[in-house]
Design a protein around this ligand. Structure first.
Ligand code: UD1
Length: 338
């Protein structure tokens, strides 16, 4: 069965390609390589013994999208990762984000709308909840005004898919990720942040390896036990597996609605200081860090209620925070040796 993975050479995309191939799916990966590299195909090959079909393509080019789906009109499912994801950059260059994350989505859906039966999985984010009032966050918590163009593209993306599914054969699952971290345990694939990492875990591993002088901890005056902000860090392999489970749910027509939404997290919140302590434990490295002021736009806490994912989707994250951090560290050490 042929599955198209857009952004298939990116961080979450590449891990999902691996899990799809492990389950026997034929994968066609699309990527414009704006934040990834063709070398990722070798990593996927080393893990699974197989490379996906790869099309270097930019989804903002409508004609290319049309040609692609003419060629692959037998596709059973599309997992749509391709998007830009840097919050700060989205504030500075909103049109880039609306074009990359929204125009591209529209072009893909336009082609899928013409197909008789197609399943669609969308990379959404817990950012749609903003600072939720109640923890842990359930899927029916209100979507709040986005704090950045990036966050807005996730909300608008969800709305577009919901509207389109109503009037087409498309069935869709919206997956709201909490904080994806880690890498494949083989260290064949992992996260490759461009430039200075904005996210906590790549910044930690780059500091530990000596690429950055010290980590800045953004704020220790939050109303949490140790004063630092709380997030739900989920291992990228667990996240990738959830995509396969969601896809099978659609392929087997077990979905209860044309569009369903699931939180993907561990259900456990960890503070920044807890992440640092866990990293120091698994790596044996003392991390150089300093408390600084809060980062603009950050929320106090976000962790998932995972009951719906557990009971309805039948998926549960398996890895602990320590395992996730150990895999991130193994990957960082490997890429710096090369
Ligand atoms: C961020 C985005 C979110 C996006 C996700 C993608 C914001 C406001 N949110 O989530 O929309 O979906 O990345 O992975 O940017 N921290 C430090 N020092 C650092 C980096 C981070 O203390 O150098 C802290 C942050 O303040 C936060 C926690 O670590 O409390 C996690 O930060 P990060 O990894 O950037 O993720 P989010 O901000 O939760």
């Amino acid at each position: 069965m042929k599955i198209v993975v857009t952004g298939g050479l990116g961080f979450i995309g590449s891990h999902t390609v691996v899990e799809l191939q492990n389950e026997g799916f034929e994968v066609v990966a699309i990527d414009n390589l704006s934040n990834s590299s063709e070398k990722v195909l070798d990593g996927i090959f080393n893990i699974t013994g197989k490379k996906p079909i790869f099309e270097k393509m930019d989804l903002r080019d409508k004609a290319s999208v049309q040609n692609f789906f003419k060629k692959h009109n037998d596709v059973a499912g599309v997992i749509h990762f391709a998007a830009s994801k840097a919050v700060g950059e989205s504030v500075e260059n909103p049109l880039l984000y609306y074009e990359n994350n929204i125009s591209a989505l529209v072009y893909v859906l336009q082609e899928l709308a013409a197909l008789p039966n197609v399943n669609f999985i969308f990379s959404s984010s817990c950012t749609v909840y903003g600072q939720a009032e109640k923890m842990p966050i359930t899927e029916d918590a209100p979507v709040q005004q986005a704090m950045s163009p990036y966050g807005n593209t996730k909300q608008i993306g969800e709305e577009i898919i919901t509207d389109v599914a109503k009037v087409t054969h498309i069935n869709a699952i919206l997956l709201r990720y909490f904080n994806p971290i880690g890498s494949h345990p083989s260290a064949e694939i992992g996260e490759l942040p461009l430039g200075v990492p904005q996210n906590l875990v790549p910044f930690i591993t780059q500091t530990a390896i000596g690429l950055r002088e010290k980590l800045s901890v953004f704020g220790d005056d939050y109303p949490t036990a140790d004063g630092t902000a709380i997030r739900d860090y989920i291992h990228v392999v667990d996240l990738a597996k959830a995509h396969v489970v969601a896809l099978k749910r659609l392929l087997e027509k077990n979905n209860a609605d044309k569009v369903e939404t699931f939180n993907l997290g561990t259900g456990k919140g960890s503070s920044v200081l807890e992440v640092i302590t866990a990293f120091e434990k698994v790596s044996g490295q003392k991390l150089n860090y300093q408390i600084v002021g809060r980062r603009e736009g950050d929320i106090t806490e976000a962790y998932a209620n995972i009951d719906k994912a557990n009971t309805v989707l039948g998926w549960k994250a398996q890895s602990s925070l320590e395992e996730s951090l150990a895999s991130a560290w193994k990957w960082e050490q490997k890429i710096r040796q090369q």
